[in-house]
Design a protein around this ligand. Structure first.
Ligand code: FE2
Ligand code: FE2
Length: 277
């Protein structure tokens, strides 16, 4: 099991931040805003889903990893909540109500459907790990297009997603190792996350009065599926989940994590290492 570090970044949130902060593109910026605005409640759901089963885990190493996972996700949740505050300040006020609904649904799910919630968490962690790998392995391209206020947030979050990508999966394999449950969880959550994020993009474009501008959607298609689209060519990382012998650590992200550390010395308060051998 790898070491997990809890980093506290020095992020500055300014109400002057640009609305279309990713390469000046409305769709691309709002796609990332959509993801970011889901994180505060989404990641609280991940932590609750995993902690719900902590008492049934007797591997001391995994217990430490769970603690580190909860610490990292707690920090992510807090920083993305500040981003939501900024988005609301910019006029996208319905995000508050959308998040209140998401909170109710996810809390109900953890209470009443704990195994499904845990499987969903492991599946969504697979998706965040794939996106993290894309961002970190092409960091110059992606962060080069971002406003400087956003570059560290996304790289830091991606790095920690890569670091803890196996924790929820390892808990799931001890609690509910059903292959069918795992497969269903990824299939359903892939659709659910995409629909949730695109719904938020539509809302924010509507608020910008850009919803019906064809060039915005053309640029959006290129951003998602074009030659260097952020979702293009992810299949080889996505599909192995459905194999019975899949494990998140089959793909080693350690070089990407170390490269991030080397690029960002001084950007964090002293980090805390938890777990690992
Ligand atoms: Fe996270
Ligand atoms: Fe995560």
């Amino acid at each position: 099991m790898p070491l997990i570090h809890i980093r506290t970044p020095h992020l500055e949130w300014s109400s002057e931040a640009p609305r279309h902060w990713l390469d000046g593109q409305p769709f691309a910026s709002h796609f990332m805003n959509g993801l970011s605005s889901v994180f505060p409640d989404g990641e609280a759901f991940f932590v609750r889903s995993v902690l719900r089963f902590r008492d049934q885990i007797d591997d001391p190493e995994l217990l430490l990893q769970i603690q580190a996972f909860a610490g990292q996700e707690g920090h992510h949740s807090n920083e993305h909540a500040k981003h939501v505050d900024l988005l609301v300040h910019q006029g996208y006020t319905a995000l508050r109500a959308q998040n209140a609904l998401l909170r109710r649904v996810t809390r109900f799910s953890v209470r009443r459907l704990p195994r499904l919630s845990l499987a969903s968490t492991a599946a969504l962690e697979h998706l965040t790990a794939i996106l993290a790998r894309r961002l970190l392995s092409e960091h110059e391209y992606w962060t080069g297009m971002m406003d400087s206020s956003m570059a560290l947030l996304w790289q830091w979050h991606a790095t920690e997603e890569a670091e803890h990508k196996a924790v929820a999966f390892d808990v799931l394999m001890r609690i509910a190792p059903s292959h069918g449950l795992r497969a269903w969880a990824l299939a359903s959550n892939t659709v659910a996350l995409f629909v949730e994020v695109v719904g938020r993009v539509v809302y924010m474009l509507w608020k910008d009065r850009l919803l019906f501008r064809p060039s915005v959607w053309r640029d959006g298609w290129t951003f998602l599926f074009g030659k260097r689209g952020c979702l293009r060519g992810l299949g080889p990382h996505y599909w192995p989940w459905y194999r019975r012998d899949f494990h998140p650590l089959d793909i080693d992200d350690q070089p990407l994590i170390e490269a991030f550390e080397a690029r960002n010395r001084g950007a964090f308060a002293p980090r805390v290492a938890v777990g690992g051998r």
